[in-house]
Ligand binder design. Structure first.
Ligand code: ACO
Length: 329
């Protein structure tokens, strides 16, 4: 008999109130709404308030997902937070979220897989639920990327935003669908395509690292674009193969929302029409590990995600990392 699959029992998202438009950015750096929309599809993004850290956004999303699952804090036995913009170098951001939500029965830890963090979390949760080790896992992707951006660098500051998205996972009954296939991958030889060089044990914070601007998000956009498109299409095809389903069976493609050109390219490569692709990068920018759960939450709210639908999710991020998950909703 096939081992128990993990199923999403509840979902929720949170975006900070403040919205920064491309027109606002025109006043900050030498850019234009036209350039940003044409190259990325992004028109606006949400920015955390001064007193909001990643754990605050993650807490809101997590609370909504637990309520949506019809559960209470006591039911959660594991909390995984995916983030590359944690509150502090340590402890794990998940520990702050655990305290905020009162998850007294949960172990809590973080994973750092960049924009693929949420799909790494789903992969991990699938294994842990299949093994019987955990029954109710809260998985949250939460990022305050705005604090890592160099607001004088037009090549990066226009791309990212702050948000959080969360799901609760539990074992699926035989007829309930759930995660059908999931794969994750990495290539550490490309780590420096997308990174923050300062602030860790390699280049600890000092006056010099600040003067050298090492604490900011750095990216080789063109190379990242190339690897993203190649790897995402390939891994999406692999999970379909693993599941025995075909592209025609997919009702909704929910790709990582980094850039509309990348999304369109992936959809074309896979042969999925854009009507079956959920996009909201236009209104949120790239929110890294929050992007897929945020898109899933919105898709369901807007009636684009219904019980029984086959959903294909695919992402790439710093590391480099990439992954795909296929599930029946
Ligand atoms: N406004 C106006 N001009 C700009 C801007 C801007 N905001 N940014 C760059 N330019 C200029 C450049 O200076 C360059 O000018 P030049 O030709 O005079 O030198 C020109 O526009 C073209 O720049 P490119 O970088 O070649 O532009 P490209 O078409 O590659 O688009 C982009 C850049 C959007 C960043 C693209 O490379 C991309 O999407 N890459 C993938 C990025 C991504 O998705 N990263 C994911 C992050 S994942 C994570 O883990 C956080």
């Amino acid at each position: 008999m096939e081992a128990t699959r993990a199923r999403i029992l509840g979902i929720g998202a949170y975006s900070p109130e403040k919205v920064l438009t491309n027109h606002d950015l025109e006043k900050m750096v030498d850019t234009s709404d036209e350039w940003i929309v044409e190259r990325t599809g992004i028109s606006e993004r949400h920015i955390a308030a001064d007193d909001e850290a990643s754990s605050d956004l993650a807490t809101q999303a997590g609370r909504r997902a637990i309520a949506d699952a019809g559960l209470t804090a006591d039911d959660i036995d594991l909390l995984i937070c995916a983030s590359v913009t944690g509150d502090m170098p340590f402890p794990a951001t998940a520990c702050f979220v655990q305290a905020n939500l009162g998850l007294k029965n949960a172990a809590a830890f973080d994973i750092a897989a960049g924009c693929t963090g949420f799909l790494y979390g789903l992969n991990l949760a699938q294994g842990l639920i299949r093994s019987g080790a955990y029954k109710r896992i809260l998985l949250i992707g939460g990022e305050v990327l705005s604090r890592t951006l160099d607001w004088t660098d037009r090549a990066t500051c226009v791309l990212l935003g702050d948000s959080a998205g969360a799901v609760v996972l539990g074992p699926a009954a035989e007829d309930e669908g759930g995660i059908l296939a999931t794969r994750i991958a990495s290539d550490g030889t490309k780590a420096e395509l997308l990174y923050i060089p300062g602030g860790g044990s390699r280049n600890p914070a000092s006056h010099q690292t600040v003067d050298d601007r090492l604490h900011y998000f750095k990216m080789n956009g063109r190379e990242t674009f190339k690897h993203a498109t190649r790897n995402m299409a390939a891994i999406a095809k692999q999970v379909l193969e693993d599941s025995g389903l075909g592209l025609d069976d997919v009702n909704l493609l929910v790709p990582h929302q980094a850039n509309l050109r990348i999304i369109t390219y992936i959809a074309e490569q896979l042969g999925v029409p854009m009507e079956k692709v959920y996009t909201n990068v236009q209104r949120y920018g790239n929110t890294s590990s929050a992007s897929i759960p945020l898109a899933l939450t919105e898709a369901r709210e807007r009636g684009k995600l219904k019980k029984g639908d086959v959903v294909l999710m695919v992402a790439f991020g710093t590391g480099l990392t990439w992954g795909a998950t296929l599930l029946r909703w």
